[in-house]
Design a protein around this ligand. Sequence first.
Ligand code: NDP
Ligand code: PYR
Ligand code: MG
Length: 771
Amino acid sequence: MDDSPKAAMSPISLADVRTARVTPEEALALHSEGRPGKLETRLTKPLITARDLSLAYSPGVAEPCLHIHRDKSLAYDYTAKGNFVAVVSNGTAVLGLGNLGALASKPVMEGKVALFKRFADVDGMDLCIDTEDADAFVNAVRYLGPSFGGINLEDIKAPECFVIEQRLRELMDIPVFHDDQHGTAIVAAAGLINAAHLTGRDLAATKLVINGAGAASVACAELLRAMGMRPENITMCDTKGVIYRGRTAGMNQWKSAHAVETSARTLSQALEGADVFFGLSVKGAVTQEMVRAMADRPIIFAMANPDPEITPEEAKAARPDCIVATGRSDYPNQVNNVLGFPFIFRGALDVRASTINDAMKIAAARALALLAREDVPEEVGSAGAGKSLRFGPEYIIPNAFDPRLIARVPVAVAKAAIDSGVARRPITDLTRYARSLAGRLDSTANALELITERVRANPRTVVFAEGEEEKVIRAAIAFRQAGYGTPVLVGREDRIQATARSLGMPIPDGIVIRNARIAENTRRYADYLYGRQQRQGMLFRDCQRLVNQDRNVFAACMVALGDADALVTGVTRSYSVALEGILSAIDPAPGEVMFGLTLLLARVSGTVFIADTAIHERPDAHCLAEIATQSAAAARRLGHEPRVAFLSFSTFGDPKGSIPGSLREAVKLLDERKVDFEYDGEMSADVALDPALRAHLYPFCRLTGAANVLVMPGLHAAHILTKAVPRLTSGTAIGPLLMGLSKPVQIVPVDAGVNQVLDMACLAAHAASAR
Ligand SMILES: NC(=O)C1=CN([C@@H]2O[C@H](COP(=O)(O)OP(=O)(O)OC[C@H]3O[C@@H](n4cnc5c(N)ncnc54)[C@H](OP(=O)(O)O)[C@@H]3O)[C@@H](O)[C@H]2O)C=CC1
Ligand SMILES: CC(=O)C(=O)O
Ligand SMILES: [Mg+2]
């Protein structure tokens, strides 16, 4: 019988993965940590010297002001207007949570601004307006046009939202778009096109029941009518039941426009024999009995947020033949307007559209639907639920993290704007436009997200060597809750439990605790260590003591002997001490060099990989060449085509010195090896990062663009660069990732926070599954 710790650990089922949720505490911590909230302002021009100030502010700023005064369209050239969208709400329908008011809607609005930036590089600002009076709201927004390229209205309840949007569309000369209406309608229509295709339905003959008769529901009904659904086949329900012709209670003109002749009076009567259900109402509004009465192969989109009208588990249990979608990211088929508004505005802004019309909405819906039918490339990977993505009932709509969205949907929207005559600056070369869109986003974020999805799909056992530390315990709990696998905390159980209790976070099921002093396996580990160290001056009792007393050694033995898949450590010991303990039990990978790779997620240039940031003080030419090769491979795995620069104080021999010699030799070694990536050197950092400078002074340089893998001449420079840049530029550094070890181990910096420990544990788990 296998009584190893790994065998004792409970496996994670798909059901666990599907319900992997964040806790309220985690959500509150994210919003309050560091600078509260999710946004800040950043400058795009230097403002350092008096000259900078004279250019950017008085007197220089007078020039663009005067030019814009003469020609309004120049505002798009001289200000941020053309890429700036206001996300505006009064908080009267915050998700499906109801009227929480303007202030309480701010986290959602900040979130929408963040999504604009993350998915489509659109800049935004949230404006939470404290009035429920439609006229006052319109007045607050109508004069803001000069600052923005578009207005995204959000979470404003019906029917006021219809009046507000209509008035603002009339008053403003930039696109005004109520996301809950049109964003939702576009994404739901895309999902429905595909679900209908899969179930062999013709939209013109499909019977739809919509629960909810507010912003989202009315817009869905209108868009689907524009796409060919018949008005009499769409039945809408609200809190008072079916909206039938002649009903008077709780009506308004927008509901009346969708009233139908029917004898059905309740949602359950309306659903009898219906092909499709759209839920845009509240949690739990639909029962299993109701969906049992629907037609064969029913289509159920339960889109209320954060909790759907019926859960996919309940819907599937009642109707195994159904296609089901929700508004959430933790189930397959997320029908959520996040797939719409970032890309729709991207396209509209890029052609300076005066409005977002039906043609643009339909084009967006079709582009989304078609993308889901395409073969899903490897880098898009697996669905959140850990299943492979292939067009079918579990994948009717693209994943929000699909990097192809940015190159597809805006192009379709821009083209429709041009064709329908609302583009004020038409784009002539749409192919080139599509290419430029693809380059707008840094692929690292997508690649890292993909890594987390892969780990969820293939959970691993990861040892957290410093198991008594508060932040390590929190990271381990988060690891378990995220569905990444089984964390093993090394430490004394009573201490760990007491710390967890004091944090108000009892250790959940599925987390294993191992005390190195009493664990049954220490003899096996000590034997193993003795086998490796007996000729390195160590006696058996030294090895036994090390296993018992040094948690890094104990944890490394667990991984070395297969009792765990990966290891994370670092918050209590210096990097070199932690590494020493690990190397006593784990060897470097054969034929590879061990080194540290740090990812700098820089704001302007995107991700830059820096190596070696951890191990070799003065790497020789062979080591440099190997570091370059392994770093280039890692960059490729994260979605970047590597362009490697060997950095120095000198560029191609000027000035002379001893360090550049080894760098030049490394370049020669790579020449001999005929590697399949770009590299050159030695060169200074500005030459590496600035192709224009290079073209001017060093036209023979072989790099075709800005270098994105910087191989440093020594640890000094690497360390200084990676510690200084994030603090000087508010960029993000990930790492150093320990490369070239035969088992997945990550050592975090001593000052790492919970999220950093969690991320490194996830990367270690990913490396374990890639082996
Ligand atoms: N997945 C997605 O992308 C999106 C999802 N949504 C979700 O849709 C829902 C509605 O949002 P929105 O349209 O903006 O809000 P509105 O406030 O404009 O509309 C809400 C509608 O829901 C109806 N309703 C409330 N409770 C029930 C019930 N128990 N049975 C039937 N109808 C009910 C209301 O009826 P009455 O008129 O009688 O008051 C009203 O018509 C929310 O849950 C929201 O999260 C919204 C946008 C995007
Ligand atoms: C997704 C969204 O906008 C909503 O639920 O309101
Ligand atoms: Mg909304």
